[in-house]
Design a binder for this molecule. Structure first.
Ligand code: PRP
Ligand code: MG
Length: 171
């Protein structure tokens, strides 16, 4: 499957000089979306994954169907102020702007094996913050999976110790 055929390239969004990789066409196409999710499920298969964690918002779109397919739970890492109970939080820098992610303190059991899913790996700030939250709660990250990797931003250098799957890459 050439996933790039289903990713729209939008120049100068949300800022001048950034090419936004829009996964909406991929998500809107049932068989293509299904194949993308199945690729991640296959990657997860031998890892004994017990729970999926995904960062808001597009990490939900990717992570939830993976969890459903594996028959395991999904835990959201949400942007600050959205979770109602006690949280841990982590600040991180994005390709543009800064943000804070939070996770419920009781979301993960000690040593629970976690696969972290998101749509896109750019600078790696989001995934690194999500991994930190999982590990602060005692979870064990057994892999990370993305639809898209932007190679030029070298996000994978931030998460060298973790097994990584990206379904398609851009320079
Ligand atoms: C986008 C994307 C990834 C992140 C990747 O999220 O969905 O989560 O940026 O960038 P990074 O590797 O440099 O951290 P963003 O917070 O922009 O928006 P979203 O709420 O739509 O997911
Ligand atoms: Mg995101």
């Amino acid at each position: 499957m050439n996933y790039k055929d289903y990713i729209a390239n939008v120049p100068d969004f949300p800022e001048k000089g950034i090419i936004f990789r829009d996964i909406s066409p991929l998500m809107a196409n049932g068989p293509v979306f299904q194949e993308a999710i199945q690729d991640i499920v296959d990657f997860a298969q031998d890892k004994e994954v017990e729970v999926i964690v995904g960062p808001e918002a597009r990490g939900f779109i990717v992570g939830c169907p993976v969890a459903y397919e594996l028959g395991i739970g999904f835990i959201p890492a949400r942007k600050k102020g959205k979770l109602p109970r006690e949280t841990m939080e982590k600040s991180y820098g994005l390709e543009y702007g800064d943000s804070v992610l939070q996770i419920h303190k009781d979301a993960i059991q000690p040593d629970q094996k976690v696969l972290v899913c998101d749509d896109l790996l750019a600078t790696g700030g989001t995934i690194a913050a999500t991994i930190d939250l999982v590990e602060d709660l005692g979870g064990q990250v057994v892999g990370t999976a993305f639809l898209i990797e932007l190679l030029g931003l070298k996000g994978r250098d931030k998460i060298k110790d973790y097994d990584l799957l990206s379904l398609t890459q851009y320079d």
